[in-house]
Every structure is written in structure tokens, then in C-alpha cells.
Design a protein around this ligand. Structure first.
Ligand code: ZN
Length: 166
């Protein structure tokens, strides 16, 4: 396993739509690398495009920092249902170090994805896991948190990011 370099915004690869995965079983090694990279960076989710792979998969583990690992592999994910209930939560991103952005999202989702064996999985995700999965799902569509904030707030957020990266 190896820790991969994480791309930072505005790398153009973070703004591209990713292609569906054709053979899930080919991803075993890179998924292991993705987990290792995420843990090394103290993250809770990491999507393939963040390491320059423009394919539709991500990993997440919202519990490991609290001592209860819940690693999830999501290949070719689809959001089947989103709750009507929404909430605003601050979101950090390993590709936007130094800032958090307040994003409004549904508080629960039903997510379909595939595992490394090509088996279909259905996830009912709530709370932080729902937020995390939607954030990672966005990466596969070429969207980062800056694309989700109120456009009026974006310039200020970008300025803070530039200052943090300087
Ligand atoms: Zn992110």
C-alpha cells in the first residue's frame, strides 16, 4: 500500500465528471491506497479524482477517529433517495485544506453502490455519514464545496483559501 499525493483545488481534474468503473475487481490495490492516503491525511472520506483517477469511486470512514472504524467502499454510486429534511453543516475537504464551507444538504440518503466483488450494496446513511457520502459523491461529478456554497459567500471563501495556501 502507498500514500498517494492528494490534488488541491483548483487542479482542473477536480472539476471533471468521472467515468463509470468498468471492472470493480481491478480496483483492489488502488482502494487500499485510497484508504491509506485518507487515514494518513486524517480524513473521513476520499474520492478517486482527488488522487487524479477520474473514475466513479470513493472510500469513507466516519467512525475511525472516534475509535469505531466503519470503512466503506463505494463504486459507481447512485443516490436513490434523499430526505426532505435538510441541514447546514460545515464541511472540510482534503483538496481544500485550511477552510470549511457551510453546505445545505439532505440529512439522510439511500445510496446504491458496488463493492470490489461487483456486488450491489444499499446504504441507508444518516447524519455525518450522509453528509460525507454526498460530499464524496459530488467529487465524482466534478463538484467541490465551493460549488455548493451560496454564490455570494464564494469570493470570501476563496480569499480565505488563498490565504491558507499562501
Ligand atoms: Zn472533498
Amino acid at each position: 500500500m502507498s500514500v498517494l499525493p492528494i490534488l488541491t483545488w483548483p487542479d482542473p481534474r477536480l472539476s471533471q465528471r468521472c467515468a463509470p468503473v468498468a471492472h470493480a475487481s481491478d480496483l483492489a490495490e488502488v482502494i487500499a491506497d485510497l484508504f491509506e492516503t485518507m487515514y494518513a491525511a486524517q480524513g473521513r472520506g476520499l474520492a478517486a479524482p482527488q488522487v487524479g483517477i477520474l473514475q466513479q469511486f470513493f472510500v469513507m470512514d466516519c467512525g475511525w477517529k472516534e475509535g469505531e472504524p466503519t470503512p466503506k467502499v463505494c463504486i459507481n454510486p447512485t443516490i436513490l433517495e434523499s430526505s426532505e429534511e435538510i441541514a447546514t453543516r460545515p464541511e472540510a475537504c482534503l483538496s481544500l485544506p485550511g477552510i470549511t464551507a457551510d453546505i445545505i444538504r439532505p440529512t439522510s440518503i439511500k445510496l446504491q453502490s458496488y463493492d470490489l466483488d461487483g456486488q450491489k450494496q444499499l446504504w441507508q446513511l444518516d447524519g455525518f455519514e450522509a453528509t460525507c457520502a454526498q460530499h464524496e459523491f459530488d467529487h465524482l461529478q466534478g463538484l467541490v464545496t465551493l460549488d455548493r456554497v451560496d454564490p455570494a459567500d464564494r469570493p470570501q471563501l476563496e480569499a480565505r483559501y488563498s490565504a491558507a495556501m499562501a
